[in-house]
Design a protein around this ligand. Structure first.
Ligand code: GDP
Ligand code: IMO
Ligand code: MG
Length: 430
């Protein structure tokens, strides 16, 4: 693939983006960049039988020729960040000198997490089902212009004063409105005293660094976190995350223009999953759900929650193609369908029991409840595809499934993943 690559989740997250970012990162890659979200993400890499889950560091970081960039659009928990570096060190990956953080990156503190938890608990059965990482409150502070950024650590008087104001602001709500314990200013400050020099040392103007990369012919991989259907503007609101996970988020989240993005690769799995609450038209239950869950190991990489499962939904995927301008696609977890006799693909919705099939996405809650998926059923191949690396070695019916999705979406499927390992991957063309 020539030029910079954006790798974006086309569904509700957990499509296998991390594996594909790691797979596509090679000796020619100079930067891998996270540009939105925070440690709510969980990206699983399996290399040489070893499993590593990354939350805030970009997945290409295991390749030692690469510099990892955490750009301005990310919300960063300093404590979590340091823990993740230490986790990698235990796996013999020394990444400390290969990370640059944007000085404009907003910080997540324990009061954001306390607020996230307090709200979710208060909403009860109407909760969003967040990861409770403090993501929403941290982005709220950014938009409300009271957030603290990595670069603010250079002005310790300002930083500590504003931190104290924010602790008071949050404690007032936590204690008086949510009736839970507040947080302790002194312990946050003491924690930050220990971490601040590390963060200051590796912080920089990442927008300039990424812009310069263009003139120096350096190659960049932009790693999306979450998925398109969780985008704050274009996802199924309010059951979304608090950042722009669509490809457009790269420009604002990195401080670069669209011409810096050459290829936009959409990653989707051969069925659907989502964690947390919200509409899921093709959701399945019972034995089939148990099948997807067990065969696909569908447990959240961040919270360990069991993911909800369902059939592939091409109505939502088509929207995803449009929202992101996908020029290429990657289909993951083909092998998870191996044992099924029949495979369904949702090709439209039927509204309120009418005969009329349409492919528009509902807006109101009321409408989500009125739709019913219309399926096309294909014969399953019922053969083992795990670890296949050559397209021609796939069963005929598996190829048929792939061609059918391509036809519906109008985009070529360039990469197919046939297992969790880095090498369980078919490249048709890139
Ligand atoms: P991400 O958030 O998009 O990076 O995805 P996650 O890592 O949260 O979830 C994807 C899960 O599927 C992980 O457990 C991966 O190891 C696994 N995985 C990725 N690709 C494949 C594949 O092609 N087949 C199978 N069976 N598992 C896969
Ligand atoms: P990756 O990058 C799947 C979901 C949460 C919840 C909603 C809001 O691994 O694909 P938040 O904590 O962000 O405020 O929660 O978004 N969510 C994810 N679901 N994969 C993720 O990341 C997710 N990050 C957030 O479950 O429904
Ligand atoms: Mg994940």
């Amino acid at each position: 693939m020539k030029g910079n690559i954006a790798i974006i989740g086309a569904q509700w997250g957990d499509e296998g983006k991390g594996k594909i970012v790691d797979f596509l990162t090679n000796k020619d890659t100079n930067y891998v960049v996270r540009y939105q979200g925070g440690h709510n993400a969980g990206h699983t890499l399996v290399v040489n039988e070893k499993k590593i889950v990354l939350h805030v560091l970009p997945s290409g970081i295991l390749h030692d020729n690469v510099t990892a960039v955490i750009a301005n659009g990310v919300v960063l928990s300093p404590v979590h960040f340091i823990n993740e570096i230490e986790m990698l060190q235990k796996h013999n990956y020394d990444v400390r000198n290969r990370i640059i953080i944007s000085q404009s990156c907003h910080l997540i503190f324990c009061y954001h997490i306390a607020m996230d938890i307090a709200r979710e608990n208060q909403y009860g059965k109407y909760s969003i089902g967040t990861t409770k990482c403090g993501i929403g409150p941290a982005y709220e502070d950014k938009i409300a212009r009271r957030g603290l950024r990595v670069g603010d650590l250079r002005d310790w008087d300002f930083f500590s004063r504003r931190l104290e104001d924010n602790v008071n602001y949050y404690n007032h709500q936590l204690i008086n409105f949510y009736h839970v314990s507040g947080v302790n200013y002194k312990s946050i400050i003491n924690e930050m005293i220990l971490i601040k020099d590390v963060l200051i040392k590796i912080s920089d103007d990442t927008s300039k660094i990424l812009e310069d990369a263009k003139y120096n012919n350096k190659l960049i991989i932009f790693e999306g976190a979450q998925g398109t259907l969780l985008d704050i503007d274009h996802g199924i609101y309010p059951y979304v995350t608090s950042s722009n996970s669509v490809s457009g988020g790269i420009c604002t989240g990195c401080g670069i223009g669209p011409s810096n993005i050459t290829n936009v690769l959409g990653v989707f799995k051969s069925y659907s999953t989502r964690v947390g609450s919200g509409p899921f038209p093709t959701e399945v239950f019972g034995d089939l759900d148990a099948y997807f869950c067990n065969k696909g190991n569908e447990f959240g990489s961040t919270t360990g929650r069991r993911r909800r499962t369902g059939w592939l939904d091409t109505v939502l995927l088509k929207k995803s193609v449009q929202l992101n301008s996908f020029s290429k696609l990657c289909l993951t977890k083909l092998d998870v369908l191996d044992d099924l006799e029949d495979i369904k693909i949702c090709i439209g919705y039927r509204y309120n029991n009418s005969d009329f099939k349409y492919d528009r996405i509902p807006f109101c809650h009321k409408d989500w409840k009125m739709i019913e998926p219309v399926y096309e059923t294909l014969h399953g191949w019922q053969e083992n595809t795990v670890g296949i690396t050559n397209f021609n070695d796939l069963p005929v019916l598996a190829k048929k499934f792939i061609f059918r999705i391509e036809k519906i979406l109008g985009v070529f499927i360039n990469i197919i993943s046939t297992g969790p390992n880095r090498n369980d991957t078919i490249i048709r063309s890139i």
